[in-house]
Design a protein around this ligand. Structure first.
Ligand SMILES: C=CC1=C(C)c2cc3[nH]c(cc4nc(cc5[nH]c(cc1n2)c(C)c5CCC(=O)O)C(CCC(=O)O)=C4C)c(C)c3C=C
Ligand SMILES: [Fe+2]
Ligand SMILES: [Fe+2]
Length: 337
């Protein structure tokens, strides 16, 4: 009788981790931004207006006017490594690869544009990954972001004869490891500022208000991250007031309130001269933090009389954020590695 030890060792199936973020144009030009926005804003998860109404508006108005304006914003934040969002997501994947070692393949994809989720899925399977953890890098769940990543993953899987086994990383907005990473990272940045802020404004990306009424948990998850973070910072910064707002309003519908712009203007108007702003809903700095908050937000604040203004960096590929991501990924891979 053959005992198990008589068999040659069977190679363990290779496990993959795919980090996913939103996507970004390939260049800071109106034409590249148009291509990107056309894909992004055609997603039914992002714009829920009936197609017959929305598509003529998208193609007839938005894609004729917005790309030039957005390209100007992208041009102000573009780096030698390309779009900040893509460069940082790649750096996160490279750092996580070192942390996970050779037994796990780490790669990254974008929901819109390149590298696409189906392409990366096929590449990982071809490299021998029979089990893949897909990690949307959105701490708070929303239909427009997290669910859309999983929809696209389904499209990729739908094109495969031999699919890998899949797990997905749940939202981590209230995970103690996430709150602690934000606390440690922001605390170091606050201590390093040249001024002592009176208010720390936590600015999250907005969503149409109706998504909240329809049951999307995004708003509640943002509020909970903000509360936990505010409680975590209170010990070290007892005099710091923490407020929450929502940025990046798009379209005519009512969005989540209060808006970041209005809040900055109100604070300055009330005589609050020193404000720091952080964006704990973004895992990587991008046009929304580097241009909208750091450039336009400052203009709004200073116009109404605000004096000191600083935008703190996102977790990016820093040690606090990467330690947290490694811990979350290792937890989800249990039984696989
Ligand atoms: C972090 C979570 C995000 C949510 C929720 C979200 C919802 C959402 N966004 C738009 C429209 C736009 N968003 C844009 C940029 C953008 N959005 C996020 C994240 C969330 N969006 C990120 C990380 C980025 C930056 C991308 C980059 O390249 O740096 C843009 C493009 C920029 C511009 O033209 O202003 C649009 C448009 C909607 C409609 C929406 C919810 C329904
Ligand atoms: Fe967005
Ligand atoms: Fe924006």
């Amino acid at each position: 009788m053959k005992r198990p030890s008589d068999h040659p060792p069977v190679a363990a199936p290779r496990v993959g981790v795919m980090l996913v973020n939103l996507g970004t144009p390939q260049a800071p030009t109106a034409s590249a931004v148009r291509t990107y926005l056309a894909e992004f804003l055609s997603d039914r998860r992002v714009v829920e207006i009936p197609r017959a109404v929305w598509l003529p508006i998208l193609h007839g108005i938005i894609l004729r006017t917005r790309p030039a304006k957005s390209a100007h914003a992208y041009a102000q934040v573009w780096t030698k490594d390309g779009s900040p969002l893509a460069a940082i997501t790649q750096a996160q994947a490279q750092d996580l690869q070192v942390r996970m070692g050779d037994g796990v393949m780490v790669d990254w994809a974008m929901r819109y544009g390149a590298p696409s989720i189906p392409d990366v899925l096929a590449r990982m399977k071809a490299a021998g990954c029979e089990r893949i953890l897909v990690a949307p890098l959105y701490p708070q769940y929303s239909g427009a972001t997290t669910a859309s990543v999983i929809d696209r993953l389904g499209e990729g899987l739908g094109a495969m004869r031999w699919q890998p086994a899949i797990r997905t990383l749940p939202p981590y907005y209230d995970d103690p490891a996430h709150v602690e990473a934000l606390r440690a990272d922001l605390s170091a940045q606050l201590q390093a500022l040249a001024f002592v802020p009176q208010v720390l404004l936590l600015s999250f990306h907005g969503m149409p208000e109706r998504t909240l009424n329809l049951g999307d948990p995004y708003h509640c998850q943002c509020r909970k991250t903000a509360r936990l973070l505010s409680e975590a910072l209170a010990g070290e910064f007892p005099g710091l007031k923490v407020e929450t707002s929502f940025q990046s309003r798009f379209g005519r519908a009512k969005w989540l309130e209060p808006s970041t712009e209005d809040t900055l203007a109100r604070l300055a108007h009330e005589g609050v001269g020193r404000v720091a702003i952080a964006a704990p809903g973004f895992s990587a700095d991008c046009v929304e933090t580097l241009e909208e908050l750091a450039i336009r937000g400052r203009e709004v604040f200073e116009e109404v009389g605000g004096k000191d203004y600083a935008v703190l960096e996102c977790l990016n590929a820093g040690a606090d954020g990467m330690g947290m991501l490694e811990a979350l990924v290792r937890r989800e891979l249990m039984g696989w590695v």
